[in-house]
Design a binder for this molecule. Structure first.
Ligand code: FMN
Length: 221
């Protein structure tokens, strides 16, 4: 399957048929998840595969976002102690959820290529899911992914393009905040606020000129 066709064609599916999912297919899509990139190649994700209908039903009672009757639910988890050990606070707080999301996307696309429907689910009670899945203390469920034979063809929701920025220039929220604080008189600046702002402008211009000599300095805020 063409990659762009898969990226565009995949939909969140919330109605599933009763047909079982082949174990070999399941194995392939989980393996695809493990081929996702991870920060520092930490691979601190853990995948819990739930196939027993009674266990899926129990998960649903604590997961308002888990809709329909999927044949399989994959809990994409992170061992946060492992993530911290490998990447310190950044690893635990940022890389772990990012890595889980990347793995989940691989899983969704691979499942789509296999003719299966999926839905990412974040709306669930983490503590309850962790208990139902008997996860070790340090392992947290980040996302649930329902997987099943699709029984609907959802229409693609529109995609927004205004979030795509090109050459947005130097954006410095800290500098903007500093300027506002100076305006409010938070700092006693001996050269005076106007001179100090001019100094900051010059600083940004100088830095941008240094990075890109062809720049006119208009990138500076
Ligand atoms: C992080 C994340 C959490 C989501 N949580 C839920 C959820 O709890 N329940 C649900 O039905 N769909 C959930 N979705 C699916 C989104 O509603 C869906 O991706 C979005 O509407 C776009 O539709 P599409 O996936 O068909 O392109 C989630 C998606 C993401 C990426």
């Amino acid at each position: 399957m063409d990659l762009y066709a898969a990226i565009r064609g995949r939909r969140s599916v919330r109605r599933f048929g009763a047909a079982p999912i082949d174990r070999a297919v399941l194995k392939r899509i989980i393996e695809a998840a493990t081929w996702a990139p991870s920060g520092g190649n930490a691979q601190t994700w853990r995948f819990v595969i739930v196939t027993e209908p009674a266990r899926i039903a129990r998960l649903k009672t604590v997961s308002p976002g888990l809709i329909g009757e999927p044949g399989v639910v994959v809990a994409v988890c992170q061992d946060l102690a492992d993530a911290r050990a490998k990447g310190s606070t950044l690893g635990e707080v940022l890389l772990a959820p990012c890595d889980a999301a990347m793995a989940a996307q691989n899983l969704l696309l691979a499942a789509y290529a296999e003719g299966l429907g999926t839905c990412t689910v974040a709306s669930f009670t983490r503590k309850a899911v962790a208990r139902l899945l008997k996860l070790p203390e340090t392992v947290e469920p980040i996302l649930l992914v329902s997987v099943g034979v699709p029984n609907e063809t959802p229409k693609a929701p529109d995609r927004k393009t205004e979030g795509i920025l090109e050459e947005a220039g130097v954006q410095s929220p800290r500098l903007t905040a500093l300027r506002q604080e100076i305006d409010k008189g938070k700092y006693s600046v001996t050269v005076g606020p106007d001179e100090f702002k001019a100094f900051l402008d010059a600083l940004v211009d100088t830095f941008v000129d240094y990075l890109d000599p062809a720049s006119t300095g208009e990138n500076a805020q």
